[in-house]
Design a protein around this ligand. Structure first.
Ligand code: NAP
Length: 333
């Protein structure tokens, strides 16, 4: 094969916000797949806040990306060569394929996707990792009951927008927290949230008092920091706090800011549970099936924010940390 594979390889461990020099833009020849492998021509690369954590040294739920390695990312594309009898050329697949144009992967390590049901980018969002995260994080950890008040932060993003919509399907009252008036309008007018709080211009504590008069039964946290603290101060009795992420802290220089209102957990007989979606890999298909049904029936809306050009990867990734995306941020190659 004569094709050249352009790719981003990790060059340095970032301090604070990543900068372009933390990666090298490299190229290498495309290799034929070995037995059991498939060669995927990547069409969309997923941009996920977790990628920031994967660049750090140290103990986490997954080993860090090594210096010199291709930057880890979810991606989706078409199989163009296969030495796995179960995966045919022409099929579309998704998986941890990296920030590059072509990926060799084990046929067993990719998930087949049906592009006649939904466009490929949707399989990186609603019908992919963020969708599965929202689904199990809310339903399994949050345990919503009809009539519950659910508050979600990072609400206009990939995970948050779905958490709120699933909570509405479970007859909850849903309040989203997001940055900016436009995002807040999107939550109420397009995603069907009951209320939205603009944390950039409003006092979050006062707004939670207004919108959650009976307290918060489920707080689904994507951002951590001060917003987590404000939510803790408004918990209802036996509330469930779902720790999904803490994006406000990912680029902190030094220690992350932890919650100071944690005694609210004792006072309200509440729980706070961290989870990683990979705990649910064996139930991935179950979530995707149900979400696909909701999507086809028009019960949930899938929103993708599509940027273009592999070479733009470093600056597009930063949009997540600047709040410049609405819905699932992906890069089209
Ligand atoms: P996303 O919400 O689509 O994008 C990130 C959003 O975070 C931005 O649009 C921005 O929205 C908000 N944000 C950025 N900096 C912030 C700050 N300092 N304070 C408050 N909000 C800030 O990303 P996503 O993929 O859906 O991920 C959301 C969260 O879920 C992340 O924390 C991620 O790490 C986590 N996650 C966890 C798992 C798991 O298995 N536990 C899986 C997937 C994702 P605004 O404009 O509203 O600020």
């Amino acid at each position: 094969m004569d094709a050249v594979n352009h790719q981003f390889r990790l060059a340095a461990r970032p301090v604070g916000l990543p900068k372009p020099s933390d990666w090298t833009y490299a190229e290498e020849p495309v290799r034929e797949p070995a037995d059991g492998e498939v060669l995927v021509k990547i069409e969309y690369v997923s941009l996920d806040p977790a990628m920031r954590g994967w660049m750090n040294e140290g103990r986490s739920y997954i080993p860090p990306v090594g210096i010199g390695e291709v930057m880890r990312s979810f991606a989706a594309g078409e199989v163009i060569a296969s030495k796995d009898p179960d995966v045919a050329v022409g099929e579309h697949v998704g998986g941890l394929l990296g920030v590059q144009e072509y990926a060799l992967a084990s046929g067993k390590g990719v998930v087949k996707v049906d592009t006649s049901l939904a466009p490929l980018p949707v399989y990186l969002g609603t019908l992919g990792m963020p969708g599965v995260t929202a689904y199990f994080g809310l339903l399994d950890i949050g345990q919503p009951q009809a009539g519950n008040t659910v508050v979600v932060s990072g609400a206009a993003g990939a995970v948050g927008g779905l958490v709120g919509q699933i909570a509405k399907l479970k007859d909850c009252r849903v309040v989203g927290i997001a940055g900016g008036e436009q995002k807040c309008r999107h939550l109420v007018e397009e995603l069907g949230f009951d209320a939205a709080i603009d944390y950039k211009s409003q006092d979050v504590g006062a707004a939670l008092t207004e919108h959650c008069p009976n307290g918060i039964d489920i707080y689904f946290d994507n951002v951590g920091g001060e917003i987590l603290d404000a939510a803790l101060a408004h918990l209802a009795r036996r509330a469930r706090v779902v720790i999904c992420g803490a994006i406000s802290q990912y680029n902190a220089n030094g220690a992350m800011k932890g919650p100071s209102n944690y005694m609210a957990l004792l006072v309200q007989h509440a729980s706070m549970t961290g989870f990683v979606m990979s705990d649910y890999f064996d139930r991935y298909a179950e979530a995707v099936r149900e979400m696909a049904g909701w999507l086809a029936a028009g019960k949930i809306v899938s929103r993708e924010d599509i940027a273009e050009g592999l070479e733009n990867f470093p600056e597009v990734l930063l949009r997540l940390f600047k709040g410049e995306n609405t819905g699932k941020l992906v890069l089209k190659l």
